[in-house]
Design a protein around this ligand. Structure first.
Ligand SMILES: C[S@@+](CC[C@H](N)C(=O)[O-])C[C@H]1O[C@@H](n2cnc3c(N)ncnc32)[C@H](O)[C@@H]1O
Length: 356
């Protein structure tokens, strides 16, 4: 099949600009006390001057981040229980700080390699910001192992690797060799026999669905190359864009020359797991941010964030949160693995003592 080819670098500028929105929302949620993230400000120029976002955006940022953190933490805990270290690959990572939060947290030991990829314009900016920040550099470990690479578009360290890559390019052409890059310890950058978690946080909506499917299928096949392959994938994005609210969102983005080809196929929450099941994953689930806020965030956290800002319109909040979803898929090569990893996923707070 002939797949759409990547457009020009300047044509991608509007999509790249969405990273500024995500980073500004994160900084606002941190300033208002929703999130604890001492690293976010180092990746955003003049973060202290950024205007605060409205309460419903801050709450949305909180719910999205808490839910993804919970899935990532569970992944690290399951790896630890299996006496393994896991790998995380964040695709379209932008100015995300998750690596630093994990590496400075209590689950750090369970993390092996952490790879982030994005367009070179974004990785260059991030690599420079990392080099300039003592806090970010310290968390990367031994400074003698931190180096810029590929003309400053990449940054390498013992565990953390920031790499330039257009996700629309055939994975066989570039990604394959990037992931197999030999490291100073003689091993490849990532290893299909280790539990590997992919994160697409607000990225796939901007890509043609055929190209996202090709990428997901490629990762499943890559995992199958190991007899103990286990692959998890988290996707966060907007969906259900064919109602009045969705049409307004699409038109607002169109004014900035941003389209959402990857969201068009997903009109309902039920349709989202299909993305995983149709690309070879074994199991998948999806929840809206509205459902996650209502039933999956611990009550103590809901009470805490309710006291942070006055929110006069809960109906509007529900409408917004009902158009964003977190979905996750799991692929495992053999059933022995299914017993250990099959329960990975968000748990309704009334069904579990596990706190997010
Ligand atoms: C909305 S931002 C999200 C950034 C980050 N994941 C977060 O949640 O904070 C979308 C990111 O995806 C990246 N992106 C979109 N399409 C991409 C592609 N084809 N290749 C690489 N990165 C891409 C953009 O450059 C941008 O950094």
């Amino acid at each position: 099949m002939l797949l759409p080819s990547p457009s020009t670098s300047s044509g991608d500028a509007p999509v790249r600009s969405t990273d500024n929105d995500a980073a500004a929302a994160r900084v606002s949620a941190v300033k208002q006390g929703y999130l604890l993230d001492p690293f976010a400000k180092h990746l955003v120029p003049r973060a202290h001057l950024l205007p605060l976002r409205p309460p419903l955006i801050n709450i949305g940022t909180y719910v999205r981040t808490a839910a993804i953190d919970s899935l990532v933490d569970q992944w690290l805990e399951l790896a630890e229980k299996a006496s393994q270290t896991c790998q995380i690959i964040s695709l379209g990572a932008g100015s995300d700080t998750r690596f630093w939060r994990i590496a400075s947290g209590k689950l750090s030991d369970g993390l092996g390699t952490y790879v982030e990829v994005d367009f070179p314009e974004i990785t260059t900016k991030k690599a420079m910001a990392i080099k300039k920040s003592k806090d970010l550099l310290t968390t990367l470990g031994d400074p003698s192992h931190v180096s810029l690479d590929q003309g400053g578009t990449a940054l390498r360290s013992t565990r953390y690797h920031l790499l330039p890559l257009d996700l629309r390019v055939d994975p066989e052409d570039v990604l394959k060799s990037v992931l197999a890059t030999p490291q100073p310890n003689g091993l490849n950058l990532v290893d299909p026999s280790k539990p590997t978690l992919l994160i697409f946080e607000c990225v796939l909506a901007y890509m043609a669905p055929e190209l996202s499917s090709r990428l997901l299928e490629w990762f499943v096949k890559w995992s199958q190359t190991s007899p103990c392959g286990i692959l998890g994938c988290i996707v966060y994005e907007m969906f259900g864009l064919n109602d009045a609210f969705g049409r307004v969102m699409v038109n607002n983005l169109k004014e900035r020359s941003i389209t959402l080809p990857g969201a068009e196929a997903y009109s309902t929450i039920e349709s989202l797991p299909g993305r995983f099941l149709n690309t070879g994953f074994t199991a998948a689930r999806a929840l809206t941010l509205k459902e996650i806020r209502k039933s999956y965030i611990p009550r103590s956290e809901l009470d805490r964030i309710a006291g942070l800002e006055f929110l006069d319109e809960t109906e509007e909040l529900d409408l917004v949160l009902d158009h964003y979803a977190i979905s996750w898929g799991l692929f495992f090569v053999n059933n022995e693995i299914a017993v250990k990893w099959g329960h990975w996923g968000l748990v309704d707070r009334d069904d579990s003592d596990i706190n997010m």
